[in-house]
Ligand binder design. Structure first.
Ligand code: ADP
Length: 631
């Protein structure tokens, strides 16, 4: 048989047409899920940022209102300073400790000649030196506003900035200023090289960069979302974030230069306090310490619901502690919000912050979507790969069958030709040689007879195969003594086999063993097995036939010491046209049909035939049901 040729180009086509596109599509699907996830996260972030921005501007509005309210309330009394507290406090609830400074910046009120409460004492202890310019405090400033000109004058931004101004030229100065401030801040936040430059500039002028108290999730980057919330990404602590506010040490006189009134923050005893001051006639200054609790109360009122299904919104104070929290939130890391926004230079370090209510849920949602997509893709890929394997296998087996059929046709023609040649040659010799010995004549006739039998067998095989395939083979069933039949077949083959050097042994009981069978068909199977044993034997020419019984069935074992059969081929040799693909088998001619037909016949007799590979040679075993009770 011709060697089956594996065609690699088929697999290559398959790989190009099916597997690679499938993998590419899967990759794209996963990418799009990741993008969708990033997009959703961005949307959530934008929404929360807008909310935070809104609250920031509400608080700034409140601070402005506070400034106006205090400006209208705080005024230098003309008579009894003692009345100040009473008068001012009646008009504004934000006033905690009122004060009046002399033109020399001495504290006129409160002072020790009045009855002092603990708050007044505290005020005097901490501020006497400060108002006299003997101490300086950090004063905060929005860097984008302080360096607005530098930011707007950047070449790249000049065009934009002009456009901005021209579109707002009819508005009042204040509004242009505000919009310009906002614009400068947005430019500053957007362009990191610009930001670095401005920070450097500020530092070179002795201003200090303030660092924020919060860490924010890193922007962009694959899976940054999941990492920053699952806690896994926290090993390397992130660098501190620079605040939009810078600070500079200033004395009181410097703070009030160029302004008529204002509010400045001061951290005293670890707590932020706001001071309102206002210039009065003749160098007097009146002012007050703002009631922080009242301010906080007002700010909290500006907040919408702190707790929602999606986010928790609150404000962090100068120490990074939330002003208000929902009951169930005690364990949260308040320093790591999802979105945060600084508020004002008057409230340094204060931030409006938003946290995801249940970040784990969002991660697990994202993960489960990703898992689902992966699962579907894996299933798809597995089914594509399995399908491909099945298709390729059936394709290859079709190709193999086609090749086997071609080989079969070649083999059959050769098998037909060889005996025909011998028959015609010996018949011719008989006709021509007149003086031929009786022995020679017999020998020639024997050869002619055996070749005719071989021819007959071959043709029968081909015909049988077709009939069996079409289920047309008819059997004449009758009671047969299988021991006798085996003996008959063996004896029929013995002369020829022994002539070729074989030792043939039949071991069987003497009593008959009956089966219900077609005699010719069973004979055909036995002859085929003996003929195979002959064909596939090399130097050791031994054939053993054993008949055994277990009272239910009869076992006929035909054993040889020939080239043998590997375990992997033991089943395949029963397939149509299959011939073992090795040099030993190739030496003999055959159609690959004998065992196929044998198995078909035996199975149609409710039995089975199998090949048991041995260490040397092979053994074929036929099992047929025993028929004891048949007449
Ligand atoms: P054929 O002998 O015409 O090729 P068969 O169907 O009878 O067809 O056998 C199929 C194949 O099984 C053979 O080609 C051979 O490779 C193997 N085979 C059959 N019988 C034997 C045996 N006794 N020893 C070794 N190989 C065998």
């Amino acid at each position: 048989m011709k060697k089956f040729i594996f065609k690699p180009h088929l697999s290559v086509y398959f790989l190009l047409a099916v597997i690679i596109p499938s993998f590419a599509l899967s990759f794209l699907a996963v990418r799009s899920v990741e993008r969708e996830e990033a997009y959703l996260k961005k949307q959530l972030e934008d929404t929360l940022r807008a909310e935070v921005g809104h609250i920031t501007s509400l608080i700034n509005g409140l601070l402005k209102q506070l400034n106006t309210e205090l400006d209208q309330t705080v005024s230098l009394p003309h008579h009894d300073y003692n009345q100040i507290a009473f008068q001012w406090k009646r008009r504004s609830s934000f006033i905690e400790t009122p004060f009046v400074l002399s033109p020399q910046k001495d504290i006129i009120f409160p002072n020790t000649s009045y009855r002092l409460g603990p708050k007044e004492n505290f005020f005097l202890r901490w501020n006497t030196a400060f108002f006299k310019d003997q101490e300086s405090i950090p004063v905060y400033e929005n860097i984008a506003v302080a360096y607005k000109d530098e930011i707007l004058n950047q070449n790249t931004l000049a065009a934009n900035s002009q456009m901005w101004q021209s579109s707002t030229q009819n508005s009042s100065y204040q509004i242009i200023n505000d919009i310009e401030d906002q614009y400068a801040q947005s430019q500053f936040e957007q362009y990191s090289p610009l930001r670095e430059k401005v920070y450097q500039q500020a530092e070179s002028k002795g201003q200090k960069i303030v660092y924020r108290k919060v860490n924010l999730p890193p922007k962009g980057g694959k899976n940054s979302f999941s990492k920053s919330f699952s806690g896994k990404g926290e090993k390397a602590s992130p660098p501190p974030l620079e605040s939009i506010f810078i600070s500079q040490s200033r004395k009181f006189s410097e703070i009030i230069t160029g302004e008529d009134a204002g509010i400045f923050p001061r951290i005293l005893d670890g707590r932020l306090r706001l001071f309102f001051w206002k210039k009065e006639t003749e160098g007097y200054i009146s002012g007050c310490v703002i009631d922080q609790d009242r301010l906080v109360e007002k700010i909290i009122k500006l907040l919408p619901d702190v707790y929602s299904k999606v986010r928790i919104l609150t404000i962090l104070d100068e120490n990074g502690n939330p002003l208000i929290t929902p009951h169930q939130e005690s364990q949260r890391d308040w320093r790591s919000p999802f979105v945060a926004g600084e508020i004002s230079q008057v409230l340094p370090h204060w931030e409006v912050v938003a946290y995801l209510t249940n970040p784990q849920e969002i991660i697990s949602k994202a993960n489960s979507t990703a898992m689902l997509v992966w699962l579907l893709i894996s299933l798809l890929l597995i089914s594509i790969v399995l399908g491909s394997i099945l298709i390729l296998r059936s394709l290859f087996s079709e190709i193999r069958l086609a090749q086997q059929k071609t080989t079969f046709a070649t083999n059959v023609s050769h098998e037909l030709k060889t005996p025909l040649t011998s028959i015609s040659m010996f018949a011719e010799m008989l006709r021509q040689k007149r003086e031929i010995t009786e022995q020679k004549r017999r020998q020639y006739l024997d050869i002619i007879l055996s070749e005719t039998e071989r021819l007959n067998r071959l043709i029968n095989n081909v015909l049988d195969f077709t009939k069996i395939g079409q289920k047309k083979k008819r059997y004449t069933m009758k009671k047969i003594d299988i021991v006798q039949l085996c003996r008959q077949v063996t004896e029929g083959q013995r002369i020829r086999l022994e002539y070729k050097g074989f030792t043939v042994t039949l071991r069987a009981q003497t009593e008959p063993l009956y089966i219900h069978a077609d005699e010719e068909a069973i004979k055909q199977v036995l002859v085929n097995l003996l003929s195979n044993a002959e064909k596939y034997s090399a130097d050791t020419k031994v054939i053993d036939i054993n008949i055994e019984t277990d009272n239910y069935s009869v076992l006929i074992k035909v054993e040889d010491k020939g080239i043998g059969i590997s375990a992997s081929n033991a089943r395949k040799i029963f397939e149509a046209f299959y011939r073992v693909d090795d040099s030993l088998t190739a030496r003999t001619r055959g159609t690959g049909l004998g065992l196929t037909i044998a198995r078909q016949i035996i199975r149609e007799h409710q039995g089975d035939i199998s090949c048991i590979p041995g260490e040397d040679g092979s053994m074929f075993q036929i099992q047929l049901p025993l028929q004891k009770d048949l007449p």
